[in-house]
Design a protein around this ligand. Structure first.
Ligand code: NAD
Length: 300
C-alpha cells in the first residue's frame, strides 16, 4: 500500500485515477480547488482538501510521508487558454512548480505529470513520437510543455524522480460536458440527446487520436512503479485516429459545419515507447466504446 496525492482528483482523469488507486488499496489524498472539478466525483474513501495549488504554503504540509504524486490538476482546455493566457499560466505553470517544490522538499518517491499531445502543435510528420520536437500552438500547449521541462529540470537538479505522460484526447466516464471544457464526444452526445445537429468545426476532416480514460489511469499506475525517473515524456495515446466526420457518422444523425478553430490537423500517436518502457498498451478503441455511451445517453 502506498500513500498518494492526486492533484485535480475531483476532475475527469483525476477522479478515475483516485478510484483505481483506492481499489488497489492505496491511501489517497486529493487536492483540488473545484475550478472545473466536482466534489461528488471524489471517492469518499479519499481525503479531500479543497485547496488551490497556486498557494504553496497551503499544500506543502500535505506532501509529508507521501510516496507518489499524480499531478493531474490544470485548466485543461485549449480555446479558453487563448482567451486568457495569464490565468491559464498561473493555473498550469505556477501550480506545477509548486507541486514539484513540495514534492522535492518532502522527498516523495515520484511525481507523475499529466502532459498533453498539445505540446506537439501542428506537425507534418506522423506519427508523433517522443523525438518529434515540441512546438505548441496555444498557451495551454506551451504551459503543458513548460511543466514537462520543469519535471526534467527537477529530476536533473534536485534528483526528484519524475515522469511525464502525454495524453491524447481522453474520453470516458465523467468527461467534461460543459462549455469550452467539453470534448467533441460529449458535445455530440449531448447534441444528439437534445435532438440537435452535431456541430462540426471546419470541414471535419482533421484527425485525432482518442484514448480511453481507463487506459490513461493504468498508464499512470505503471509510470509510478516504473524505473523511469528522469522526467522523460512518454506518449500514452491510442494508435488509431478518427476524423470528426467519422465520429459524427458513428453517432449517426444530422450535422452542421461551424467556424474552424486554431487546432492541429492531426495528432496521430506512436505509443511504442510506452509499450517498451512501461509495458503499456491501450485496451479500448473509440468505436468499441461509443455504442455503450450512446445507450447510456439514451441515443438510438
Ligand atoms: P479536468 O478539468 O476534469 O480536471 C482538472 C482538475 O484540476 C479539476 O478538478 C480542477 O478543479 C483542478 N484544478 C484546476 N486548477 C487548479 C488549481 N489551481 N488548484 C487545484 N486544483 C485545480 O481535466 P482533465 O480532462 O481531467 O485533465 C486532467 C489532466 O490531464 C490535466 O493536467 C490536463 O492538462 C491533462 N490532459 C487532459 C486531456 C483530456 O483529453 N482530458 C488531454 C491531454 C492532457
Amino acid at each position: 500500500m502506498a500513500k498518494c496525492i492526486v492533484t485535480g482528483g475531483a476532475g475527469f482523469v483525476g477522479s478515475n485515477l483516485v478510484d483505481a488507486l483506492i481499489g488497489h488499496g492505496d491511501e489517497v489524498i486529493v487536492i483540488d480547488n473545484l475550478a472545473t472539478g466536482k466534489k461528488e466525483y471524489v471517492n469518499p474513501k479519499a481525503r479531500f482538501y479543497e485547496l488551490d495549488l497556486r498557494k504553496l504554503e497551503d499544500i506543502a504540509p500535505l506532501f509529508l510521508d507521501v510516496d507518489y504524486v499524480f499531478h493531474q490538476a490544470a485548466l485543461a482546455r485549449v480555446e479558453p487558454s487563448i482567451k486568457d493566457p495569464i490565468t491559464y499560466n498561473d493555473n498550469n505553470v505556477n501550480t506545477t512548480l509548486n507541486v514539484l517544490v513540495a514534492a522535492r522538499d518532502a522527498k516523495v518517491k515520484k511525481v507523475v505529470y499529466a502532459s498533453s499531445s498539445s505540446i506537439y502543435g501542428d506537425q507534418e510528420k506522423m506519427p508523433l513520437t517522443e523525438d518529434t520536437p515540441g512546438a505548441p500552438i496555444s498557451p495551454y500547449g506551451l504551459q503543458k510543455y513548460i511543466g514537462e521541462q520543469y519535471c526534467r529540470v527537477f529530476s536533473y537538479v534536485y534528483k526528484l524522480p519524475t515522469v511525464c505522460l502525454r495524453y491524447f484526447n481522453v474520453y470516458g466516464k465523467r468527461m467534461a460536458t460543459e462549455g469550452a471544457y467539453a470534448s467533441v464526444i460529449s458535445i455530440f452526445g449531448q447534441q444528439r440527446q437534445r435532438g440537435e445537429a452535431m456541430t462540426i468545426t471546419g470541414d471535419g476532416t482533421h484527425l485525432r487520436t482518442y484514448t480511453y480514460v481507463g487506459d490513461i489511469v493504468r498508464a499512470n499506475m505503471l509510470a509510478a512503479e516504473s524505473n523511469i525517473d528522469d522526467g522523460r515524456a512518454i506518449n500514452t495515446g491510442q494508435s488509431t485516429e478518427y476524423s470528426v466526420n467519422e465520429i459524427a457518422k458513428i453517432f449517426g444523425g444530422p450535422t452542421k459545419n461551424i467556424a474552424e478553430r486554431i487546432e492541429p490537423t492531426r495528432n496521430f500517436c506512436s505509443n511504442k515507447l510506452a509499450a517498451e518502457v512501461l509495458g503499456w498498451e491501450p485496451t479500448m478503441d473509440l468505436p468499441a466504446w461509443l455504442p455503450e455511451y450512446k445507450k447510456e445517453m439514451g441515443i438510438n
